[in-house]
Each structure stands twice: as C-alpha cells, then as structure tokens.
Design a protein around this ligand. Structure first.
Ligand SMILES: NC(=O)C1=CN([C@@H]2O[C@H](COP(=O)(O)OP(=O)(O)OC[C@H]3O[C@@H](n4cnc5c(N)ncnc54)[C@H](O)[C@@H]3O)[C@@H](O)[C@H]2O)C=CC1
Ligand SMILES: O=C(O)C(=O)COP(=O)(O)O
Length: 527
C-alpha cells in the first residue's frame, strides 16, 4: 500500500483519484506547523503540495519513505529540489494546468490597475461617489513589456494584443526564430525598461531572477510605468518597489505574490497605488480541477508503475515510451554495473557513445540509467534514477555523451569508456534480438556475455590447458558453470574468458584460480 499526504488544499477531483485507486491510501492534512509537517511526512510515500507548504531540506532529509513530491501547479520554488534529487525523490509539477487562468489573472490585474477598479469599488462601498478621483489610463497602443515569455507570458502576450497593445518580451532562453513563430517581438531588458508603459513578470523564481527588478531596474524605467507581478514574490524587490511607488517613478503596482506569504509588508499594500490579491493567480475552479487531476494521475502512475511524467528533476517518460525504451534502459544500467566491477580506482571521466537505432530516443534517461548502474556497486547508499546524476556530480565525475551514426555489427550499441587515475577502459553493450542485453566488448576483446547472475572475468596467457585447469578448480569446489565465453585478440597472446556460475565463488577458490598456471587476473562480478 502506498500512502499519500496532501498537505495543502486540493480540489476533490484529485483527492478522489487517490481514494479510488486500489493500492493507494490518502490523507488530507492542510493545517500544520513546519515541525508538524516534518513529523507527518515521514510516514508517507507521496506528498502533494501547492504553494503554502514549504518543503525544506530538513523535511526532505527526515522523510524516510518519501519517493515523490507532487506540486499541483507550476512553481516549485517552495520545494528544495536539489535536496529531493540527492535523496532520490522525484519532484513533479503540472505545467500548463493553470496557465490560462494565471495569464487571465495578470490581465485582470493590469486592467484593474490602470483603471483603479479596486480603489473605486472600495470607495463606493464606503458610500462615496468620487468620479474625479479615479482618473485612469488607456491600454490601446501602449507598450507591455513581458519578462519571461513561457506558457503564462505567452497567454498574457496574446490577450494583450487583443487589447491592441504593443508587446515586447525579454527571455534569454527563447531563440529569435521561436519567438517569431509565436509572433513575439523579443527585446533586451533595457529596451523594455526604456519603452514599456506596463511591465508584467512571468519568470520562475530562482537565483537569477530573485531581485532582478530592483532600484537599478526602476531607475531605467519610464516615469509612470505600471508593474504587475503574478509570478513570485521577491523577483521584484519589495523595498525598492515601495520607494519607486512613493517617488512616483512607478505609477502603480498589481501584486498577487509576495516575498513572504501571507505578507507582513502592510506598508507596501497600504499604498493607494497598489492593488493586490492573496496569491490567487491559479485560483479558479477550472485550473484547480485540472491541476488536481493531473498531479493525482501522475503520482499514482509513478507510485504504482514507476512512470515519470513532468518531473522537474528527471526527463519525462510516458508509459509507451518507457515500454519502448525499457530494453535500452536495462542495457545501459547493466553496462554501467558491469564496467564498475572491472575497474580498480576512482572514476574521473565517463564517456558514453550511443550509436544506431537507439538514437531515435532522447538518450538522457539512458545516461542516467547507466550512471545508476555504474554507481550502485561502488556506493553503499541507495542509488536511483533521480539521484544518480547528482551523486556523479558531487563525486566530481565528468560525464560526456556523444552520438555516432556509424552502425557496426549491432543495430544499436552503447560504448562506455571510463577514465580512472590508473587506466582508461572501454566496454560496449548491445541488444540480442529485441530485448536481451549483452556485453559485446571488453577493452580490445570482442565478447558475447549475458550480464546476469554471477560472472567471473579472467585474463590468461593464450596457452593450452588453462580452461581445463580452471574448470577443475571450479568443479572441485562443486560450482556449476552455466555459460562460458572465450575471446582473444591475437593467437598466443593475452586471452580472456568470462564464466557465468550458478553460485558465487568464495575467496579461497578465487585465490586458487589466480594461482593457476597462465592465469593473469580474475574478477568476480555480481550482476
Ligand atoms: N500567481 C500564481 O498563482 C501563479 C504563479 N506562477 C508562476 O509563474 C511562473 C511561470 O510559469 P509558466 O509560464 O508556467 O512557466 P514557464 O516555464 O512556461 O515559463 C517561464 C519562462 O521564464 C523564462 N525565464 C527563466 N529565467 C528567466 C530570466 N532570468 N529572465 C527572463 N526570462 C526567464 C523561461 O525561459 C520561460 O520561458 C512559475 O514559475 C510560477 O512561479 C505560475 C502559476 C500560478
Ligand atoms: O502554480 C503556481 O506556481 C502557483 O503559484 C499557484 O499557487 P497555488 O497552487 O494557488 O498556491
């Protein structure tokens, strides 16, 4: 039974999916202190959050069973994703589920801001009729600068064009060609600051964007600019925004998000030219139903079938793709696991070359699978698809991928070259038929090894009698040989034999084998 905790409010349609799925048990507990949440989480396999629960490193580190954190929404800045990745926990969100709703909120905020609708509403509710107090500004032919032209930014741009606004966008990760296809005019930040009448922010909150709109940025803006933030508090410095609003440089600000939530910055929101909502960007029935269903389905699929969709710390693999890639993932993992056991010092560099039909897939998950296989025999800690790249990086292992269109004897091949302080070694793997993994090369030796069970890899001088002598040592120990593959590069030089045995060999027998005439070295591998 997999247990899921929903720690922020979530639409019933999502909770029902958990409730109605055999094998899943769900609890909804939305009122908790951070300490209580830490205690609570430790008993669950899955955790669903929105923006209220802060999932810190401390919570993650103490969450013994947790394998997946689902964000019913877009931003994951309230989750310590690096800490989750290190612990092997998948973090997934529901991109797109609240895009239109949040874009509409930004437009609603912009429209309300320049026409002072919230202030006029409050005045009328207070029994007044202050027609001349609430003079506004028109949008038609004004310039809207959008910072971050992703999903939400694109919706805002589209709706703003309907209002006959000129739209400029800044996003360093969008190519001019992609922008042109979307009908977006890209501009530099300085161009936007210099020409925009309205500026709306739609980036994620991260190291680069935190505080990106600060006093220096306000100084470059047109006097009388309107600012809209429906992305994240802290992308705009609240202190610098306050000063710019008081000085009149900024004519008004519409804020849905705050540096701290619920905000304690009452001085800022008390300003006459600030309108605000309590993080309502995604709060529509439609968006909440969509994101709740999406995250529940994604988490059920992960918890029960291992299918990963929309993970922010792993490439997405649908069930169909997973099925198609499964033999290659198994091959990559086996190759890594095999190679890790034939080296004798720390890995400095991993070079992976993919060739043949395998190139029809995104090879990123294959590299992750290979790293998982490679690190598992070396480390005692649990290595999985999520933490393998993090562990490799932490250990200073340089991972390089390359692709080759050259197809040799195999339809697909993965060639792995490891550089250690002592040597550079190469192995290669291919599929036999459609599914069966094989090791097909060990350094200079062409082989055909089934990477399963207990293997013995032995180098010897290519002289008569070696096989007989080794067979006698293994047979005397009453150990059955299941398979055997012999290979040599050139007659009478070094040769190699790989045995597969039904049971592992103990140290004493291994020692006897190493002492056998003409044997150079013996490695036992556990696959
Ligand atoms: N107020 C609310 O309730 C909601 C807020 N959000 C916030 O909006 C953000 C954006 O959401 P989506 O559009 O769905 O994400 P998205 O990933 O589709 O778009 C983000 C865009 O920002 C761009 N970007 C990243 N760093 C940048 C930088 N330094 N300068 C300029 N552009 C940069 C990216 O290239 C991307 O195009 C989320 O991360 C979340 O924090 C999202 C949903 C609801
Ligand atoms: O999806 C997002 O990034 C949001 O900010 C929505 O936040 P919420 O789920 O309403 O707390």
């Amino acid at each position: 039974m997999k247990r899921v905790l929903v720690s922020d409010s979530m639409a019933n349609e999502g909770i029902d999916i958990f409730r109605n799925t055999p094998g899943i048990e769900v609890d909804v507990i939305t009122k908790h202190t951070p300490e209580e949440l830490k205690e609570l989480v430790s008993g669950y396999d899955g955790l669903v959050v929105r923006s209220s629960s802060k999932i810190t490193k401390e919570i993650i580190e103490s969450a013994e069973k947790l394998t997946v954190i689902g964000r019913a929404g877009a931003g994951v800045d309230n989750i310590d994703v690096p800490a989750a990745s290190k612990k092997g926990i998948v973090v997934m969100n529901t991109p797109g589920g609240n895009t239109v709703t949040t874009g509409e909120h930004a437009i609603a905020m912009m429209l309300s801001l320049a026409r002072k609708i919230p202030q006029a509403t409050a005045s009328m509710k207070a029994g007044k009729w202050e027609k001349s107090r609430f003079m506004g500004n028109e949008y038609c032919n004004k310039t809207l600068g959008i910072i971050g032209i992703g999903r939400i930014g694109t919706v805002v741009a589209d709706r703003a064009r309907g209002l006959k606004m000129n739209v400029l966008a800044y996003d360093p990760f969008i190519s001019p060609e992609a922008a042109e296809k979307m009908g977006i005019t890209l501009a530099s930040l300085d161009e936007i600051y210099g020409s925009a009448d309205f500026i709306s922010v739609h980036t994620p909150k991260n190291k680069e964007t935190t505080g990106m709109i600060n006093a220096a940025a306000f100084a470059k803006m047109k006097k009388g600019v309107f600012i809209i933030n429906c992305a994240r508090g802290g992308i705009i410095s609240e202190k610098d925004l306050y000063d710019a609003l008081v000085s009149g440089k900024v004519a008004g600000a519409a804020l849905d998000v705050f540096e701290e939530e619920p905000t304690k910055n009452l001085d800022l929101i008390a300003l006459e030219n600030v309108i605000c909502t309590p993080h309502l960007g995604a709060s529509t029935d439609e968006a909440q139903t969509t994101v709740a269903i999406a995250i529940a389905e994604q988490m059920v699929d992960y918890l029960l079938k291992g299918e990963i969709r929309y993970a922010v710390n792993f490439p997405s693999i649908s069930a169909d793709l997973m099925n198609a890639m499964a033999p290659y993932l198994a091959l990559a993992e086996k190759l890594g696991k095999f190679h890790a056991q034939i080296i004798s010092s720390g890995i400095e560099e991993v070079n992976i070359e993919y060739s043949g039909e395998i190139l029809k897939f995104d090879v990123t998950p294959l590299t992750i699978a290979l790293l998982k296989g490679l690190l598992t025999p070396i480390l005692n800690e649990n290595v999985n698809y999520i933490n393998a790249p993090v562990i490799a990086q932490e250990r200073g292992i340089n991972v390089k991928e390359s692709k080759s269109s050259a197809v040799g004897d195999y339809r697909s091949m993965i060639t792995l070259t490891l550089k250690t302080a002592k040597a550079v070694t190469t192995t290669a793997g291919a599929l036999f038929g459609l599914r069966a993994p094989r090791i097909v090369r060990i350094n200079d030796f062409a082989v055909d090894v089934v990477p399963e069970g207990h293997l013995l890899m032995l180098y010897n001088h290519d002289k008569p009698g070696v096989i007989g002598n080794i067979g006698t040592v293994i047979g005397t120990a009453n150990i059955n040989i299941a398979r055997m593959h012999w290979s040599r590069v050139q007659e009478k030089q070094k040769a190699m034999v790989v045995f597969s045995t039904d049971t592992p060999l103990d140290e004493e027998i291994l020692k006897k084998m190493k002492e056998t005439t003409n044997v150079i070295s013996v490695h036992q591998l556990d696959m």
